[in-house]
Design a protein around this ligand. Structure first.
Ligand code: LHQ
Length: 258
């Protein structure tokens, strides 16, 4: 009903867009359910990594343009304020890694939803389209902030203005996504990244994400201070103790995410 499936597999939470007949276009229910799923993942101590995936031939076609809330003349700002900004903020503030498994086209808010993940693994046949300007809009869902940082300004402005499709290989060559694999290897490659993260020291990963995110808008001195504070916090975790002990004993560490 909500267009979203949530499943748990050990420490991995799988959030799957499930409106394949609509290319997983996002309506208000789906946006709210997705945000709630990320919030649950943040709260649930068993969850140490989230995979964001999609069913069908597309990853996500962005906002459902048939949704009554976005008919021309309606207040698009209200839709963004109510549904999209809270969703993207929740993802970026999630103290656990998010791996996006991009299986097909990711367009509009669907492209930026994928790019808001921490690690993007895409099928070779996948593609990204900042399609907003094609319908008279600008990139939202964090697009104007993420695109220049991920692609560089020249590519960001051109992708946003022309709304041209780029392949997963092109996105990877730009450094905007982590990995491209053959289509039949997508699930395995994504699961391998997620299971490595699920066994990693979760609090350190959360600190890495927060510090890198904050670095975009802070000075070098502020970054040094933040590193000091976060390292102080991490130094008191179980996982740091385990990491050092395992190193000394020349064995693999068994992190518990605490
Ligand atoms: C769709 C959609 C769609 C409904 C395909 N909606 N039905 C946020 C909040 C506030 C305001 C507005 O904006 C936003 C953020 C945004 O995301 S704005 C951008 C919205 N997305 C787009 O503009 C992308 C529109 N879709 C496309 O450009 C193409 O469909 C892509 C490139 C995704 C896929 O192309 P094809 O593989 O050629 O498939 P298709 O175009 O034939 O689509 C298949 C069906 O899905 C088709 O329906 P039909 O009944 O004819 O089979 C489309 O109408 C439907 N569909 N996207 N966003």
């Amino acid at each position: 009903m909500s267009g979203l499936l949530v499943a748990h597999d050990g420490a991995i939470a799988r959030i799957t867009l499930d409106r394949p007949q609509k290319l997983n276009a996002i309506d208000s229910t789906m946006a709210q359910t997705m945000r709630a799923a990320f919030e649950d993942a943040a709260r649930d101590e068993r969850v140490r990594v989230v995979i964001l995936a999609a069913n069908g031939r597309a990853f996500c076609a962005g906002q459902d343009l048939a949704d009554p809330g976005v008919t021309p003349g309606s207040d698009l700002g209200a839709t963004i304020e109510r549904f999209y900004n809270p969703l993207i903020r929740t993802m970026r503030a999630l103290p656990k890694p998010i791996v996006a498994r991009v299986n097909g086209v990711a367009a509009g808010a669907g492209a930026n939803l994928a790019l808001a993940a921490d690690i993007v693994v895409a099928a070779r046949s996948a593609s990204f389209i900042e399609s907003f300007a094609r319908i008279g809009l600008l990139p939202d869902s964090g697009g104007t902030w993420m695109l220049p940082r991920l692609f560089g300004y020249a590519r960001a402005v051109t992708l946003a203005m022309l709304g041209e499709r780029i392949t997963a290989d092109q996105a990877q060559a730009c450094g905007a996504i982590w990995k491209v694999v053959d289509d039949d290897e997508l699930e395995g490659a994504c699961d391998a990244v997620a299971s490595a993260l699920a066994q990693a020291p979760t609090r350190a990963l959360g600190a890495i994400k927060a510090a890198l995110e904050a670095s975009w808008t802070s000075s070098f001195d502020e970054a040094l201070d933040r590193e000091r504070d976060l390292q102080r916090m991490l130094g008191a975790t179980y996982d740091y103790g385990e990491g050092v002990e395992a190193f000394g004993a020349k064995r693999a560490p068994v992190f518990e995410g605490r």
